[in-house]
Each structure stands twice: as C-alpha cells, then as structure tokens.
Design a protein around this ligand. Sequence first.
Ligand code: NAD
Length: 417
Amino acid sequence: MSTHVDVLGMAREQLAIAADYLDLDSGLHQVLSHPMRQLVVNFPVVMDNGEVVCFEGYRVQHNSSRGPTKGGIRYHIDVDVHETTALAMWMTWKCAVVNIPYGGAKGSVKVDTKQLSLREIEKLTRRYATEISIILGERSDIPAPDIGTNGKVMAWIMDTISMQKGYTVPGCVTGKPVDLGGSLGRVEATGRGVIVATEEAAKSIGMNLGGAKVVVQGFGNVGATAAKIAEEHGAIVVGISDAVGGIYNPKGLPVAELTAKYSGRDGGIREYADAQAVTNAELLELPCDILIPAAISGQITKDNADKIKAKLVVEGANGPCTPEADRIFKDKGLFVVPDILANSGGVIVSYFEWVQDLQNFFWEEDQVNERLTKILRHSYAHVEATMKQYGTDMRTAALIIGVKRVADATVRRGIFP
Ligand code: NAD
C-alpha cells in the first residue's frame, strides 16, 4: 500500500547497503533477504446480508534469531504479501536496533473496513486469527495494531486464541485494552517515541523543538499522537492530513481540538474552517522545519524529495522515504530519523506489555514512559555514534546496528541441523 513503490525492493536495497558496510557473508545476506515463513490464507466470512465473501490475508515471519517474532496487523485494501514481507523485515531490524529480544513479523488482510459493519470486522478478525493461529503464540509470534486495526481488534484476537487454548492468554497479542492486560501508555507509545526521537534529532542539528513548525502526514494513532505531543513541547503544528487530504495554517492548528473531533474519521479534518485545504502531495512540500510522515510507505520518492522544505524528517510511518529520496536528502543535507528508530516506541511498549502479561504484574504509566524514553534516547545516541563512525546517514547507521545484531545472533546459534 504505497503509491507504486516496490517496498520489498526498497527493504532489500537498504539491507544490501548495510551488508556492504558490514562485509556480510553472502550466504548470511541471502538468509536475511528472505522471510523464514510466509503464510497466505484465503478465508470466508458470512456478511450481515447472508452473502459469503472470501478474503485474502498474510502473516509473514522474517527472522526469529533474537526471540519470538513481533509485528502489527494491517487491514487495508492495497496490502500484498511482498509489502507485508518488507514490513516484517523492518520489524526485525527495529527490534534489534533498540535491543529488545524479538524478531520481526507482520500480518495483513486485504480489506476496506469502511465497507464492513463492526460485526463483520469482528467475524473477519476471528476467522483470520484462527487461520494464522498455527504460527502465532505468546512464545512464538505476537501481533499488535497497525493501520486499520486497534485495541478492539487485538481483544478479539486474544479472545480467539484463548478460546482455542481453553484459558486466557493475554501475552499472545499486544496493544490490547488496559483492562484485558494491555499496558498503560501503549496507545500513545509510537507517537510519544516519535517525539522523543524528534527532540534528540533537533538537538543534533541545533534546532529548537519549541517554536518549530511541524507538518504531520496521517492523523491516526501515530500521527495524531505525535502532533499532540509535539504541540505539548511548544512546537507549532501547521499542517496535518488523513487519507482524504490535508489542512494548512501557517499560524498553527489546534491539534487537541482536531484530535477530539476528527481523529479516526477520514476526511473529518477538512471540516475545520480556519485552514487552507491541501492535497497529501502538497502537504509534504509545505514550508516547515520538521516533517513527520505518519501514514503509509513510498510517500517521498525521487519525484518529490527535492521539493521537501523541512530540515528534519522523522519517519513515524514505516518506509515513507525510498532509497532514491534518501540519496537526494543526503545531497541537500536534510536530516532523516529512520522508521526503524523513530517509530520503535510502539514495539518497545509492546515489549513492556508482553513482559507485564507474562508476569501478571503491571506497571504505572510513568514507569512505562520513563523506560520508553530511556531506551529511545540510548538507542538514538548509539545510532548517532555509529553514523559518525561510518560516515553514513542515520538510516544506514541504524541498519548497520540492527543487521549486525541479527547476523551475529544467527551465526552464534549456528545453522540447523
Ligand atoms: P492508523 O490506521 O491509526 O492511521 C493511519 C492514518 O493514515 C489515518 O489518518 C489515515 O487516514 C491516513 N492515511 C491512510 N492512507 C493515506 C494516504 N494515502 N495518504 C495520507 N494519509 C493516509 O494507523 P497508525 O497505527 O497510525 O499507523 C500509521 C503508520 O505508522 C503506518 O505506516 C504504521 O505501519 C506505522 N507504525 C504504527 C505503529 C503503531 O503502534 N500503531 C507502530 C510503528 C509504526
């Protein structure tokens, strides 16, 4: 679900760049270029009108050398197995960069949930969860929310797996509602982490987050939270968008009010009167200091990278910038905090949720946020030091760390049998 971008090609190109720096053995490179498992499922759902509709879904596990695989489930009409594989691969590097004991996975169903009733979404979820349950489990592969899914969907998956087991298994998914074993702070974790990364990057390039003009693409879980927390830090959010389009006001937008009124309803923000309507393409090119793409992949390519006016791009979304865009940014000195670092707050707090579920011992929200911030700042500093050591951009540095950790674990474990 990117605009005509080969996302798996992108992920493999990024891996090849890191592999070159690491002088990675070619056999190992081949192992890491491929997912360890790809499950494609076609399953029926009886719709409210009695009609039977068949849906296609996927669960891809990329690598489990460092622990159980972990990754979100996406409901969107444009998903396919290749994109899901790329997203699983990025999850592997992401967990390794921030040093949490997981490998990467991703799941998706090709569906436009806007066309379904809540009951139909629940039935689709329970059937999809059953189909992929043969490779899921709290010790093997743990889903979480992504585009088009949320805590409610995670609760249905948890309940479905628990029904099969005959007892409640809260640790089999993360991003659940708090009263079902979810973690305090998980809903906001990705957006919060994006702003921690933004603060660190602003320091790196001598920019003040207070007073900085920020544009955010995507007004869902990640985008709306990042915009809200950026505003709390004194930034001025001048542009936001959702799948329908965006709005712009150089004097600033009232993010809290817009979130309360429109978040989660595509097209809603366009009802806000005190702003100029812009397309998603125009939004990315607005004058601002910081651009946070927090929607889908393949948004910034060779065609528009040169027109981006921000000095800092912080990737809330997975894969919003192509490798060609990266090269253009490097030439023009634009600083990019890559997805596998910038949006890792979600999986970090998912890890905390899983640990809490396994121990049946729950933490205060302050504790969650403090530990999240500590891991992110530490990881940022490590990536920045690696960037200086190798003379690369930040994405390559993050990949060097992530790929090396996974490659080392694979070698140390040895190739079975
Ligand atoms: P979401 O479904 O809550 O929100 C997605 C937002 O993007 C919505 O506002 C939607 O209208 C908008 N959107 C969809 N298509 C668009 C398009 N073509 N152009 C512009 N906007 C579009 O999803 P989310 O959980 O906020 O995820 C957003 C991104 O962040 C994804 O790339 C996801 O993989 C990534 N991410 C999410 C998490 C998480 O914890 N939810 C963690 C890490 C990364």
